[in-house]
Design a protein around this ligand. Structure first.
Ligand SMILES: [Zn+2]
Length: 401
């Protein structure tokens, strides 16, 4: 029985591939190109039409001038037959988007979050924004095959583990709660993991298999991709490089240890160092502008932070030997200081065979990286789509730059 289903699925995939690559196509032409029997093509096409995966359009009149009367119908794929909901919950913002299976973002919104908002109130805001975006997308709920939610902390087996810094979220049944309220299947993941998947699918790491995405923001976190898959670890903590110790007797970290990487190289400690020079009101956006304008104090602080991060990454690179490090966060677009700091330290402390194949590049998805990764978790996962009886209707778009 399995093999019969496999054959039917292979035929269906063959028809989909031809319609996708060829564009609108007549049944006769489809049969010729796929080299499948007329009955098989008719069966597959019937199934695609009834499930809404394909639509029929009349051929333009010029296509068949010799035969007036009713134009032949051409078969075309309907990317809007299904879609995915992506949600990124940051410390200060929520981003939500709906995309169809051809990677077209149908609707996207951003909302600000007050500081210190509880998990329950954040979930309420998420539901409200998601409903707005679903309505704006024009896709009915029944067409949404799933939602993926990014959280700014570790996630293990769909839950925030007790003892993590997102303590307010531990024990909150976010997946169940959101599934119930949004009416679609929901899964949650760490935001750096999702950003890594986003850059892998349509961004700076497209086509690569082993990468580290590192986000330098209010905290420092990494998404580790090995063999094309996210490495999560036993308790979801893989990639939490911001808590690697770099100063044995350093500043106290929220995790309870001293001298974590995040206490010396995240946005907070950088701003602390710069405030005596640039004033108490200095923001990350100011810092970026000053870095681009060539301010020496800002460049020095960002470069030093890059060096600290680079030293930690060198250790990680010796352990997993990636082909790329993709850097995201507010300062990735702040001129070369951060990347040069990271690259310089990697070159100094990594052995040649680890450093030489390694590219250190800024992410291309910016603040949307985790959101795009949430969508990619569904849209770029052909196996998942197949298991849902769906098909990837398009390859990921080529990277923007
Ligand atoms: Zn820590």
């Amino acid at each position: 029985v399995g093999s019969l289903r496999d054959i039917r699925e292979a035929h269906r995939q063959r028809v989909i591939d031809v319609v996708r690559d060829h564009g609108p196509i007549s049944r006769a032409h489809l049969q010729a190109v796929t080299a499948l029997s007329r009955t098989t093509v008719a069966a597959v096409v019937g199934e695609l039409l009834s499930s809404g995966f394909a639509i029929e359009l009349p051929a333009p009149p010029a296509a068949n001038p010799a035969r007036p009367g009713r134009p032949p119908m051409l078969l075309s794929l309907n990317a809007g037959a299904a879609g995915a909901l992506g949600i990124d919950i940051g410390r200060h913002q929520i981003r939500v988007a709906v995309a169809d299976l051809a990677w077209t973002v149908l609707a996207e919104r951003v909302a600000e979050l007050d500081d210190g908002r509880s998990a329950d109130r954040t979930l309420e805001a998420v539901v409200r924004l998601a409903e707005e975006v679903l309505d704006a997308s024009g896709l009915s709920r029944s067409r949404i095959v799933g939602a993926v939610v990014g959280l700014p902390g570790p996630v293990a087996r769909g839950k925030v583990p007790a003892g993590s810094l997102l303590h307010d979220w531990a024990g909150v049944r976010a997946t169940d709660e959101l599934s119930l309220r949004l009416g679609v299947p929901v899964e949650i993941d760490n935001d750096a993991n999702l950003a890594a998947l986003g850059e892998l699918a349509v961004g700076a790491a497209q086509g690569l298999e082993d990468i580290v995405y590192v986000r330098v923001s209010w905290g420092i976190g990494a998404g580790i991709v090995l063999g094309g898959r996210i490495h999560r670890g036993a308790s979801g903590l893989a990639g939490e490089i911001g808590h690697i110790n770099v100063e044995p007797d350093g500043r106290l970290c929220a995790c309870g240890n001293r001298g974590c990487l995040g206490t010396v190289a995240a946005l907070g400690p950088m701003l602390d160092l710069l405030r005596p020079v640039h004033g108490a009101g200095l923001t990350p956006a100011d810092m970026r502008d000053l870095a681009i304008a060539g301010d020496p104090a800002v460049q020095r602080v960002i470069g030093d932070a890059g060096g600290e991060i680079g030293r930690v990454l060198a250790g990680l690179c010796h352990a997993i030997n990636p082909s790329a490090i993709v850097v995201g966060g507010e300062l990735a677009s702040a001129g070369p200081a951060l990347l040069e700091g990271i690259r310089g330290e990697l070159q100094r402390s990594a052995v040649t065979l680890v450093f030489e194949p390694l590219s250190v590049t800024p992410g291309v998805l910016g603040e949307r990286a985790s959101l795009v990764g949430a969508l990619a978790t569904i849209i770029a996962d052909r196996e998942r789509l197949r298991s849902l009886g769906l098909f990837a209707l398009a390859d990921p778009p080529a990277r923007a730059s």
